[in-house]
Design a protein. Structure first.
Length: 151
């Protein structure tokens, strides 16, 4: 049997980190995932909102590095849960149990290459700061221009 799912979408809310009674980390969040096709009626793409749960180190990673609006790639398995609501009615919900979560975007908030968006902790604002490699870095900026490319 095979139960694997890979999703790419944006977080609809900040991840919610909790701990079980035994101290195991668990995080929950949801992804907005666009469908590949457009609706015939409206001409717009439909969006699915998918609940995700991650455990242990993956939960800690998601909680630390992901926020609402951030693009994420989730790899895991689909799980169906049966439960009873407050009125005693039987309910069923589907969620993805994430094995791995990856960054789906390479730049934060669509900044241009070479800048980093720093958060102003006091006021909640942000500012673009040019990236400067550390002094002990093995990488250096190229200063010469090789001219036109040969192809």
């Amino acid at each position: 049997m095979l139960n694997r799912i890979i999703l790419m979408g944006r977080l609809t809310r900040d991840p919610e980190l909790r701990h079980t009674q035994s101290g195991t980390s668990v995080v929950s969040f949801s992804l907005a995932v666009d469908r590949d096709f457009k609706s015939r009626e409206s001409g717009e793409k439909q969006t699915d909102f998918i609940d995700i749960v991650a455990w242990r180190n993956t939960a800690e990673f998601v909680s630390k590095y992901f926020t609402k609006g951030r693009m994420a790639v989730v790899e895991g398995r689909l799980q169906i849960r049966d439960w009873n609501d407050r009125d005693g009615n039987k309910r069923r919900s589907a969620e993805v149990v994430a094995d791995n979560v990856y960054f789906g975007d390479s730049k934060r908030d669509g900044d241009s290459a070479g800048t980093y968006r720093a958060q102003n902790e006091a006021g909640g604002g942000s500012a673009s700061i040019p990236y400067t490699p550390p002094a002990d870095s093995a990488f250096a900026a190229l200063t010469d221009d090789d001219g036109e490319l040969p192809f």
